[in-house]
Design a protein around this ligand. Structure first.
Ligand code: NAD
Ligand code: WQD
Length: 340
């Protein structure tokens, strides 16, 4: 079965493509390579023995998208990863984010209608919960005002999907709200490829460990948490990728309860920044160079997922431990260093 994976050469997309191939699906990737590299396809081939079909274009370009669907009438489902994701950049360039993240979705939804494609999985984010007071957050926790234009694109996209589902009974959709994906494929053939200085914690840690960065800045140690540093729910990207295959099966065999559903994807466990450093030190045998600095504007104090609904409905739970996930991130960083 052919599945379109937008953003399939990106970080989460590439790991999902590997899992799709493993489960016998035929992924077809569209990516404009704005935040990924074509050589990711070689990494996928090294793992799966199959180089997935790839088309390079921008899904905001409706004509190219139309042509694509004209030539690929047998696509049964879409997993839509393609989006811009840098929170800080979205504050500086909000229109770029609203345009790319929402026009891409609108184009896909219109094409789905035109070409009779029923199923779509959307990459949402725990950022939709904003600065929540309910912990752990359930799928029914309130969606609070967005902390950034990026976060707002995810909230608006979810509303678009929900409204579209309400008016189109034959449309089938799932939003997956990822918490903090980390790590890489255990083969170290694919992983996260941050362009420039990473915004996210784990690539910053591994780049500091390998010597690309001088030290990690820990953003704040005066939060109301046991060690004062902020808490997140970090899940292994391979576990996250597997959840997409589960959600896809749910849509295809129509075992979904409603035609728009939302699931949290996390471990259910909160981990502090200092605990992340300790984990890195354990798996690498190094002692990471870090210093405490001011809080990063816009950061929430703590958030982790209530995973009971996804465990019950999707029968999906994370399998990897934190140390295992961090080890794969470290192995990947070492592989990148060797290739340089
Ligand atoms: P990524 O940047 O690695 O992958 C996104 C891919 O989409 C890139 O390869 C990029 O080139 C491509 N792309 C972007 N805009 C495009 C367009 N208009 N047309 C074609 N291709 C386009 O990001 P990721 O970490 O793999 O994230 C995937 C999705 O998951 C995104 O929607 C992101 O917002 C969401 N998400 C990510 C995280 C995270 O921490 N990584 C957390 C929650 C949600
Ligand atoms: C994690 C923790 C930082 C870097 C972002 C997006 C969110 C979602 C996931 C897409 C925080 C601290 C970080 C550093 C640090 N993405 N940190 N020093 O902020 O939870 O979420 O990615 O949807 O929308 O906002 O992830 O990895 O940036 O930070 O101390 O150099 O690490 O303060 O507590 P975050 P992150």
């Amino acid at each position: 079965m052919k599945v379109l994976v937008t953003g399939g050469t990106g970080y989460i997309g590439s790991h999902t493509v590997v899992e799709l191939i493993e489960q016998g699906y035929e992924p077809v990737i569209i990516d404009n390579l704005s935040n990924s590299k074509i050589k990711v396809l070689d990494g996928i081939k090294a793992i799966s023995d199959i180089k997935p079909r790839f088309e390079k274009f921008d899904i905001c370009d409706i004509e190219s998208l139309d042509k694509f669907f004209e030539n690929n009438r047998d696509i049964k489902a879409i997993i839509h990863f393609a989006a811009f994701k840098a929170v800080g950049e979205s504050v500086e360039k909000p229109l770029l984010y609203y345009y790319n993240n929402l026009v891409s979705l609108m184009n896909l939804l219109r094409a789905m209608k035109k070409y009779n494609i029923a199923n779509i999985i959307f990459s949402s984010s725990c950022t939709v919960y904003g600065d929540t007071e309910e912990l752990p957050v359930t799928e029914n926790s309130p969606v609070l005002p967005a902390q950034s234009p990026y976060g707002n694109t995810k909230q608006i996209a979810e509303e678009i999907l929900s409204d579209h589902a309400a008016s189109h009974k034959d449309f089938n959709s799932i939003s997956l709200r990822y918490f903090n994906p980390i790590g890489a494929h255990p083969s170290a053939h694919i992983g996260e490829l941050p362009i420039g200085e990473p915004e996210n914690l784990v690539p910053y840690i591994t780049q500091t460990g390998i010597g690309i960065r001088k030290e990690l800045q820990v953003f704040g140690n005066n939060y109301n948490t046991p060690d004062g540093t902020a808490i997140r729910d970090y899940l292994h990207v391979v576990d996250l990728a597997k959840a997409h295959v589960v959600a896809l099966k749910r849509l295809i065999d129509r075992s979904n309860k409603r035609n728009y559903e939302v699931f949290n994807l996390g471990t259910g466990k909160g981990v502090s920044v200092l605990e992340m450093i300790e984990s890195f030190n354990r798996v690498s045998g190094l002692s990471l160079n870090y210093k405490i600095v001011d809080r990063r504007p816009g950061d929430v104090e703590k958030i982790w997922a209530d995973t009971s609904y996804s465990a019950k409905e999707l029968r999906w739970e994370t399998e990897s431990s934190l140390d295992e996930a961090i080890k794969t991130a470290w192995d990947w960083e070492k592989r990148l260093a060797k290739e340089k």
